[in-house]
Design a binder for this molecule. Structure first.
Ligand code: IMP
Length: 171
């Protein structure tokens, strides 16, 4: 499988830092503590780099593990492998996703998280694919990308290529 670089390491780091600043700006006059929810496995590196760039906020961590993809296509069925273990009731929640394609994964997660009645609910995604009209209101977006299957910086094809330090696409 040939991988071509789409977003190099430097561009990625720079944008993640900017996103962290945009997000901190939003919370500035609202709260000093947020509850960031990482959607595993793909968001691991984005989540980590993002929160490390937030110097003015206390950040609580929670993790959700879901899967829906096999190879390069969505199965449409979302499997929740593990769920948040602390309440997000009345908190400032920031949901951190790697990539939004059909939006099915996010819709599913958002529907259930909102049942906890968080005080405020925002979504950040590193990448939004512009192929589908996914209908999920994204508050912060790192990059918009067309119809390509991406790997690296957490993203995989059948569990491969997650540890590439850049984002590439499969030719
Ligand atoms: P959606 O439910 O179609 O929006 O897909 C969201 C999930 O599918 C993401 O959280 C990823 O884990 C995975 N996914 C979607 N597109 C890609 C891709 O291009 N590369 C790797 N994983 C992807």
């Amino acid at each position: 499988m040939m991988i071509k670089v789409l977003i190099d390491e430097e561009t990625l780091k720079k944008r993640v830092k900017e996103l962290a600043q945009e997000i901190e700006e939003y919370y500035k006059d609202k709260t000093d503590t947020i509850h960031a929810v990482c959607i595993l496995k793909g968001s691991i590196h984005f989540f980590s780099d993002l929160v490390l760039n937030m110097r003015n906020l206390n950040v609580k961590y929670s993790f959700i593990h879901v899967s829906s993809y096999q190879g390069t296509s969505s199965t449409g069925r979302i499997r929740v492998k593990s769920w948040i273990d602390e309440s997000i009731h009345d908190e400032y929640v920031l949901l951190v996703e790697d990539i939004v394609d059909t939006g099915l994964t996010l819709q599913h997660i958002v529907r259930y998280l909102k049942k906890y009645n968080p005080r405020d609910f925002k979504i950040v995604t590193l990448i939004e694919k512009t192929v589908h009209d996914h209908g999920v209101p994204l508050d912060f977006v790192g990059f918009r990308v067309g119809d390509k299957f991406l790997v690296g910086y957490g993203l995989d094809v059948d569990e491969k290529f997650r540890n590439l330090p850049y984002i590439g696409y499969v030719e």
